[in-house]
Structures are given as C-alpha cells and as structure tokens.
Design a binder for this molecule. Structure first.
Ligand code: PMP
Length: 409
C-alpha cells in the first residue's frame, strides 16, 4: 500500500533559500546579487513607467472584467507576441506558420513545449534526448525531466577563458544523434551571460540543419539584454529564415517587469511547405488540449498590460525607451565593476564582465570565495559564482569590488 513514507524530503530551491538568508541578514552592508529581477539604482523594484500608464488605462476601461480568457489566451496578446518574436513582416506570420498560446510566463511556455515534445516528438524518436547547455537555468532540468524526456548536455561555458566553449558546443552538436532536441537560450544566457555572436549562431544553425536537430528557443530577455529588440532576437529570426521547424518559449517577466503577473507565450513555428498552414492548425489544436488540462486558461492581467503596450505605437516606443533604461543601467554597472576591479589590480582578468550580457554575470568566483563573500562581506550570490548585475548600483559597486578583491587575493 502507498504510504507517504516513500516520499523523501526534497532539497530547498537554492535560489529561494538564498533570498531567505538575505532577508534575515541584519547587516546594513548587505548586497543581494542572487535575485534574478531588475532593481533600480536604489536597489528597489522598478515598475516600468509604460506599465503604470497601461495599468491606469485598464482600470478606467468599463469593458474590463474578470471573466475567463479563451484557452489560448488573449488573441491581441498572442498575435502581438508573434510579431515581437519573429518581426511583423516575417513570412512565417503571413503564411500562417505560427500557432501561439498564452502561458504562465516563460516557465509555463517551457513546460507546454516540454509536454508537447514528450507527447508527440518522443513517439517518433523514442530514444531522442533533449540537449541543454552546461550550465543552464536550473529549472530546465526539472521541467524537462518531469515530463519524462531524457536529458543530455552540450558544453557551453569555458572556465579557463570565461567565455563560450564554441568548439566544445559544435563538437557536441555534431556527435549528438540526428533529430536530437536542442534547447537554446535566445539571448542573455542564464546563468553565464555569454551569447554566441551572429556568425557563431549561423554556424550552429548550419550544423543543426545538417543533423536535422530540432530547436527549442527559450527567450526570457528580449530587449533586456542589449536594449534592442531585434538585435536580441537575431538567433530566432535567423533560424526561422533558415527554414527550421521550431518551438519558442517567451517571457514578459524581465522586459516588462511583470514577474509576478506571469505573462508569457508559447509559439510553434512550422517549416515552410505547401501544407504548413494546415499542419500549424493541427499542432495548435493539440496544444489547446494540453493547455486545457494543465491550466484551463491563462491569467489575464499581465497579458492585458503587455497587449496594450505592444499594440499601441506610442506606448511601444515608450516601452523601448524603458528597455534602454534597464539595459543601459546594467551595462553601466558591468563597466563600473570591471573598472573598480582593474583599479584595485585584483588578480586575474575581468574583461568577461563587460563581454557578457543581460541580467547575469558568471564571475568565475569559486564556491569557497562565494561562501567567504557571504560570511565576511554580507554579499549574496549563487554558489556557482553567478551575480545578478541588477543588484549592483552606484552606491554599492565599489564595496562589492573591494570585497571580491579581498577574497580573490
Ligand atoms: N528561462 C530562463 C532562461 C530564465 O532565466 C527565466 C527566468 N529566470 C525563465 C525561463 C522563466 O521565467 P518566468 O517564468 O518568470 O517568465
């Protein structure tokens, strides 16, 4: 008979544990470099001004109510999300080759894609594994293994150069069995902050095409990385131009600051063919069944905000300015941290801090150094030496650099 005695105690989520430890620290010097959420220069959460505006418009709208959304979500939101991901003039949209469902933020989109692959892709290729970068966002491991997909990894981070292990990655894509599923971060790779260059993306696409690999893009930081929406989505657009059939998980947590509102979207893009429209519709019908059994229909509020902004020219330009504010502050903090470390002549090279992009930097600090920074400096970061650049500001960056200098020496 079943007894809960068979249920072992699960470990605490490392990131949420880190947040709790930070909250309990009473030092006035404490710095939170763990949290994956944007902070302004006063270390406070930032509501995007354009989101505030959209919020006011929604509150004044007498037509807004609390009814259910359709299973696939708010239609104006999913269609605007398609345009944002692949660009408005993409043939994939014109040819009806994309089907999109609103999801519970990026996590929900990754999960819906995982379910779809487990149910349909794995039937055709039962031995196929999903390859993820080493390292990757920790939750990827759980999301994909929970649906029964087998997991493999490809090299990504090169500890010596503190940059992309491009040769290792290519060799792994070459040696993976044909038709493997390859999970790719569209931009601002989490946790390393290291992205392939456009030329490297092009080589990756060439190998994957030859090997008939199946791409799954996780896009959690569009516009948040460089401040330029098109530049951040180069990889996805390039793969679509190359005629791949692929999946995309899109999150609005970071680029709209809608973390807790759970606004996201899942897209299936069919390869070009005479029956692509019909195939896309079939996929959409199956995704609707998966969605219905998982969440019935998605949460409305965050999608209403994003939809309003995405579909209005003036609000859209304001959003782009807000994106430049966030990405610009982060890029400034990269320069400041690197500059201070170089001024202090901290042993080692620190160029990787400004070479990396997006929310995170993989510093190369060891687990021991991370523990020392926490114990002596009240500076909190994940054990792998990842820091959230958004936790730095003009008031604490010098302190952080000095403490890093101390533990590295
Ligand atoms: N993928 C990656 C790579 C991420 O970094 C994140 C956010 N930490 C997500 C997906 C999903 O986040 P959310 O569910 O909050 O949109």
């Amino acid at each position: 008979p079943f007894s809960v005695d068979v249920v072992p105690q699960a470990p605490e989520d490392p990131l949420f544990g880190l947040m709790a430890a930070y909250r309990e620290d009473t030092s006035d010097k404490k710095v939170d470099l763990g949290i994956g959420a944007y902070r302004d220069n006063n270390a406070k959460p930032w509501i995007l001004p354009v989101v505030k505006k959209a919020d006011e418009i929604i509150h004044k709208d007498p037509e807004v109510n609390h009814e259910y959304l359709p299973i696939a979500g708010l239609a104006q939101f999913t269609s605007a999300s398609q345009k944002l991901i692949v660009s408005g003039d993409s043939p994939a949209i014109k040819e009806g080759r994309i089907t999109s469902l609103q999801t519970v933020s990026g996590t929900g989109a990754v999960h819906l894609g995982a379910l779809f692959l487990a149910k349909f892709y794995q039937k055709v290729y039962p031995k196929t594994a999903l390859y993820m970068s080493n390292p990757t966002w920790a939750n990827h491991h759980q999301i994909f293994s929970n649906v029964g997909l087998s997991l493999q990894s490809y090299p990504y981070w090169h500890p010596q150069t503190r940059a992309l292990d491009f040769d290792g990655m290519k060799a792994s894509l070459e040696s993976a069995p044909d038709h493997s599923i390859i999970l790719l971060h569209a931009c601002a790779h989490n946790p390393t902050g290291v992205d392939p260059t456009p030329e490297q993306w092009s080589s990756i696409a060439t190998i994957m095409k030859r090997k008939s690999h199946f791409p799954f893009f996780d896009c959690a930081y569009q516009g948040f990385a460089s401040g330029d929406l098109a530049k951040d989505n180069f990889a996805i657009r390039h793969f679509i131009e190359q005629g791949f059939e692929l999946l995309i998980a899109q999150s609005y947590a970071k680029n709209f600051g809608l973390y807790g509102e759970r606004a996201g979207c899942f897209h299936f893009v069919a390869a070009p063919s005479s029956d692509a429209g019909e195939r896309t519709k079939r996929v959409g019908s199956q995704l609707a069944i998966l969605q219905r059994s998982e969440i019935s229909n998605p949460p409305a509020y965050g999608a209403r905000i994003a939809s309003l902004v995405l579909n209005d020219k003036a609000l859209f330009s304001e959003w782009e300015a807000n994106l430049r504010t966030m990405s610009g502050r982060i890029i400034d903090m990269r320069k400041a941290l690197r500059g201070k470390l170089e001024d202090l002549k901290t042993p080692g090279k620190w160029n990787h801090i400004t070479d990396q992009i997006g929310m995170f930097s993989f510093t190369g600090l060891t687990e021991g150094q991370v523990a020392k920074l926490r114990a002596d400096g009240h500076i909190y970061m994940t054990k792998n030496g990842r820091i959230s650049m958004a936790g730095l500001n003009t008031k604490n960056v010098e302190y952080v650099a000095t403490q890093i200098d101390k533990v590295v020496r």
